[in-house]
Design a protein around this ligand. Structure first.
Ligand code: GLU
Length: 555
């Protein structure tokens, strides 16, 4: 125990009379964790200010994976010391959105009402006593002091610093209350003056603090010399103080957080040292970026719909697609790994911190679509149907009802060019697209679709009508595929279409069109689209009556 100055102790007792426990007591309450050598203890520490952001999904996924990979612990801490910014219901929303993505904390906050684990409470507003014990110890050791400056006084200092182009802040001569004598401080407190608690920095802006960031390597930044606020007027700590107290007593080995915290790291290192706490390893993640016109910028909570993970859920991207996509932006060797191990569980891939690209994780929806169509291509028809039902039940009840009406029919739609296919059709990126992609399988949707889009025939209506009438006369729903195709060819050549593509390319002027044009007219009449899976299979599934009806209606 250091030799304490009586006056400091008196001041500390005056400020925190109710605090009787000491830092040593806390060390006993929160002992070293019993984990194997090299296990990582990581955390995700959101402020309850709303939904789960895409950047936060990136952060929490890496934190969880890194802990799991090392048989460590991943916990969730709620940083709710800024009561003004808090949004009701956020904790429930954050925890449930994390669960959807399979990010379950081993410890900490697990729902809006529950916490688990021995290192809690894991909600900062419930830890007031712990912060005060630590702040009291700093005051006793002369490393923290009460500050009586009013907002107006601080404003005056800031304005004059700005005007004179002086580094802003509460430091050195600008730290007005730093040099108030303890007797005077005691007198002010006893007379009822309002105050907050500031840290007494011993750093120098002219010296550098060096630390190793697990992604960025050796970092050298000017030491902290600011007497930052540690306990605010509402009795709660600032982020800086809560961070060092919590990560120490929760035994975090790796503080993995957004890069916006890099400039504050010297403050944190000085605070850890002043408390005689070991400094954890810092890992600062790059921000998630987005292309905006010609340039890149940070994904913005306010401007970009993709900044909320609910955007992906609403659109019906499978959770696996989003996770798979995030892994590709986390580690550049994920894609080659996936190419080599197409069927492996994505969790078999070990994330490596040193492989994270520090210059920014670029969010690109086209890439997400590419990945998602591969993920969906690996599903069989039953998995697709189940997923679409689950999604549509919540997001598109019309689709849900239509699919549910005849599940046998619905599954056959998704089985087409999928189950047992040598080449799987990859035309679904997300469940939201199902309706428009497969609109022609459902009469009620098809009608609406046609009202909006109409048929787009590339031949004039006389030719279209001839094709449709002639085709109706030869169509037989029982034909096998070969007979069906040869009949189509016969019909086509009778009407002056060329059935040999090579010949058609040589002498197009001799024909009305090619066999592709002919079948294109049939496809358009039946589906309203130029591109679909194999039209023979579609006609089979639709059945004779609907096929004939559609051919007639398109005339
Ligand atoms: N509550 C802080 C934030 O949301 C957490 C930063 C950290 O992980 O330490 O940015």
């Amino acid at each position: 125990m250091e030799n304490l100055n009586d006056k400091n102790v008196k001041l500390a007792n005056l400020i925190f009379p109710e605090i009787t426990k000491t830092v040593e007591d806390l060390e006993k309450i929160y002992p070293k964790r019993d984990l194997k050598e090299g296990a990582f203890v990581t955390r995700f520490a959101p402020s309850p200010t709303g939904f789960l952001h895409t950047g936060a999904l990136f952060t929490s996924l890496i934190n969880q994976r890194i802990a799991k990979q090392s048989d460590g612990i991943f916990y969730l801490r709620i940083e709710d010391t800024d009561k003004k910014r808090e949004v009701d219901g956020s904790v429930g929303l954050l925890t449930s959105e994390m669960k959807i993505f399979g990010i379950y904390p081993d410890e900490g906050v697990i729902s809006d009402t529950e916490e688990i684990g021995n290192y809690g409470p894991y909600t900062q507003s419930k830890r007031e006593e712990i912060y005060k014990i630590c702040a009291k110890s700093l005051i006793e050791r002369g490393l923290a002091y009460p500050c009586f400056c009013t907002t107006e006084m601080l404003d005056v200092t800031r304005t004059s610093q700005e005007k004179n182009k002086i580094r802003p802040g509460y430091y050195s001569n600008y730290a007005r209350c730093r040099n108030i004598s303890i007797d005077e401080s005691i007198a002010k407190i006893e007379s009822g003056e309002k105050y907050i608690i500031r840290f007494r920095s011993r750093g120098s802006h002219l010296k550098k603090v060096v630390f190793v960031d697990a992604i960025r390597g050796k970092m050298e930044i000017a030491e902290n010399d600011q007497d930052i606020v540690i306990i605010k007027s509402d009795g709660l700590p600032t982020y800086h103080f809560a961070h060092i107290v919590d990560d120490h007593f929760m035994k975090t080995t790796h503080v993995m957080r957004g890069e916006e915290w890099i400039p504050s790291t010297p403050i944190h290192i000085e605070l850890f040292n002043s408390m005689n706490f070991e400094v954890p390893t810092y890992v600062h993640f790059p921000s998630v970026m987005i292309i905006d016109g010609e340039s890149k910028r940070k994904l913005s909570k306010r401007k970009d719909k993709e900044a909320a993970v609910s955007f992906f859920l609403d659109a019906g991207y499978p959770v696996d697609s989003v996770l798979e996509y995030i892994l590709t932006i986390v580690n550049s060797d994920y894609e080659p790994w996936r190419a080599k191990n197409p069927l492996a569980d994505k969790l078999d891939f070990d994330i490596r911190l040193e492989k994270i690209n520090s210059s920014g994780a670029l969010f690109d929806q086209v890439k997400l679509n590419d990945i998602s169509k591969e993920v969906i291509a690996k599903m069989n028809s039953k998995q697709v149907l189940d997923s679409v039902l689950e999604w549509s039940k919540k997001y598109d009840i019309e689709l849900y009802d239509i699919l549910n009406k005849d599940l046998e029919y619905s599954i056959q739609i998704f089985a087409m060019e999928r189950d047992n296919a040598t080449k799987i059709r990859k035309d679904i990126f997300k469940w939201e697209d199902i309706k428009s992609t497969f609109v022609y399988f459902f009469d009620s949707l098809f009608e609406k679709y046609l009202n909006k889009n109409g048929y787009i025939f590339e031949k004039d209506s006389k030719i279209v009508n001839d094709v449709l009438s002639e085709y109706i006369s030869i169509y037989n729903e029982n034909d096998d595929k070969d007979t069906w195709f040869s009949n189509m060819k016969l019909c086509a050549s009778k009407l002056g279409f060329c059935t040999d593509m090579k010949e058609y390319k040589k002498n197009p002027e001799n024909y009305i069109g090619s066999i592709a044009d002919f079948s294109g007219i049939i496809r358009m009449a039946i589906t309203g689209k130029k591109n679909t899976p194999d039209i023979y299979s579609i006609m089979k599934l639709l059945g004779k009556d609907r096929v004939i009806n559609r051919l007639n209606n398109a005339k």
